[in-house]
Write a protein that binds this ligand. Structure first.
Ligand code: NAP
Length: 345
C-alpha cells in the first residue's frame, strides 16, 4: 500500500508518498480500500513536531478515512466485502489500504460521497461532543467559536443551527464571513481587524456568552474565560496559537505556554463557570459513546440538516499543497486527501 509519510519533522518538503507492506485484517478488523482521507490541523502540527500524541517520524498520520471494505477478519459479522464505510483511525489514515477494528467503522448513507464521509469523523464528532455532551448548548444559548470557517468551526455552526434561538459568534478572516453566514452564524467577527472580546461585549453587553469553544490557547483561554456569563463554559480543545508558518518555533511555544492561565476550583465556584477540555483522539476507544454520537450525526446528514463543506480534494501526490491550504489559512471547511487514481463511486 501507499501512504503519505512524514519522513522527519519540518516543512512541507518532508512529506513523501512511500510504499509500505499491505496489512491483513486481524480478528475483529475490517480492511478498507481508502477512497478519501481527512486532513486535520493536528496533522500539520504532527509534521511540524508540535503534536505530542503523534508517532515519531518516519510515520503515517491521519484520524479518518472513507472507502470500501475489501477484506474482513474472523469474527466480523456486521460488515461484508463491498460495504462503503467511514472509519476512525488513530494514525495511519493517510494511506490507500488499512485495517481498523470493525467497531470503528460506520456504514455510509447511499447519498454520501467518499469526500464528504472522510470529512465527518473528526470535525463532526468534535463539534457534537463539545456542544451536546459537555458544553451542553440549550435553546437561546449564546456561543462563541474560534477558527469558525475551518473544519470543526463549520461543523459547530451547522449543529448549532439545529438548536432554536441560538446566538452564535464566529471568528474568521473577513473574506470567510459569507461562508460563516451560510452555515448559520449570527455574528461573524474579523479577528484580524477587531478585538473579538470588545466586539462580543458590544453585542451582548457585560453578561457575556454561555459557551466559548477555544482551540487557540495561550492568552485566548484567559480571554475566553473572562467572556463567560454566569454558568458559562469554556471548552479548551486546541493550541493553534503555537503555529505560525511552516516550521515550529520553540520560542512561540514557550510564549504561549507562559500566557496559559492557571484556574482554581475556588474561582470556578465563585463565578459559576466551568472549564472543560476535549481531546477526541483520546476518546477514539470510547466505542459506545462515539457510536451514539455518530448515529446522531449520520441521521442529521440523512435529513439534510448537516452537510460537510469540502474545500478541496487533493491527490496524495500533492499532499504538500493540502498542508499548505491549512497552513496558509485558505480553507473553508475540510481539505480531503485522495489516493492517486482511487475510484470515487
Ligand atoms: N481537541 C480535539 O479533539 C480537536 C479535534 C479537532 C480539531 N481540534 C483543533 O481545532 C482547531 C481547528 O481545527 P480544524 O481542523 O477545524 O482547523 P482548520 O480547518 O485547519 O481551520 C483552519 C482555519 O482556522 C483559522 N486560523 C486561526 N488561527 C489559526 C492559526 N494559528 N493557524 C492556522 N489557521 C488558523 C484560519 O482561518 P482564518 O482565515 O479565519 O484565520 C484557517 O483557515 C485546531 O486547533 C485543532 O487542533 C481539536
Amino acid at each position: 500500500m501507499r501512504a503519505i509519510t512524514i519522513t522527519r519533522h519540518g516543512g512541507r518538503d518532508v512529506l513523501a508518498v512511500l510504499e509500505h507492506p499491505d496489512p491483513s485484517p486481524a480478528p475483529g478488523e475490517v480492511r478498507v480500500r481508502v477512497a478519501a482521507a481527512g486532513l486535520n490541523f493536528a496533522e500539520i502540527s504532527a509534521r511540524q513536531g508540535l503534536y505530542p500524541d503523534a508517532p515519531k517520524p518516519p510515520c503515517v498520520v491521519g484520524y479518518e478515512v472513507s472507502g470500501t471494505i475489501d477484506a474482513v477478519g474472523s469474527g466480523v459479522t456486521d460488515f461484508q466485502i463491498g460495504d462503503r464505510v467511514l472509519a476512525l483511525t488513530r494514525f495511519g489514515g493517510h494511506c490507500d489500504l488499512l485495517c481498523v477494528p470493525s467497531v470503528s467503522a460506520f456504514r455510509m448513507p447511499e447519498a454520501m460521497s467518499f469526500a464528504e464521509a472522510a470529512a465527518i469523523p473528526v470535525n463532526y464528532l468534535t463539534a457534537h461532543h463539545m456542544l451536546f455532551h459537555i458544553g451542553t448548548v440549550h435553546p437561546g444559548s449564546s456561543v462563541l467559536v474560534h477558527m469558525a470557517a475551518g473544519g470543526v468551526g463549520t461543523a459547530v455552526l451547522q449543529l448549532l443551527a439545529t438548536v432554536p434561538d441560538v446566538v452564535s459568534f464566529g471568528t474568521a478572516s473577513a473574506g470567510k464571513h459569507a461562508h460563516l453566514r451560510a452555515q448559520g452564524c449570527t455574528h461573524p467577527i474579523d479577528y484580524r481587524t477587531k478585538d473579538y472580546v470588545a466586539e462580543v461585549r458590544r453585542i451582548v453587553g457585560d453578561r457575556g456568552v454561555d459557551i466559548v469553544l477555544d482551540p487557540l490557547g495561550g492568552k485566548d483561554w484567559r480571554r475566553s474565560w473572562d467572556l463567560l456569563s454566569p454558568t458559562g463554559r469554556t471548552v479548551a480543545f486546541g493550541l493553534s496559537n503555537v503555529i505560525d508558518g511552516q516550521k515550529r518555533s520553540l520560542w512561540r511555544v514557550i510564549g504561549q505556554l507562559i500566557k496559559t492561565p492557571r484556574f482554581t476550583p475556588l474561582a470556578a465556584m465563585d463565578l459559576n463557570r466551568s472549564l472543560q477540555g476535549v481531546n477526541m483522539g483520546h476518546l477514539w476507544d470510547e466505542v459506545d459513546m462515539l457510536h451514539g454520537q455518530m448515529t446522531a450525526i449520520i441521521a442529521l446528514y440523512d435529513k439534510g440538516v448537516i452537510k460537510p463543506h469540502v474545500h478541496a480534494q487533493i491527490p496524495f501526490s500533492d499532499a504538500a499543497e493540502a498542508h499548505r491550504l491549512l497552513e496558509d489559512r485558505e480553507n473553508l471547511g475540510k481539505v480531503v486527501l485522495i489516493p492517486d487514481g482511487a475510484a470515487q463511486t
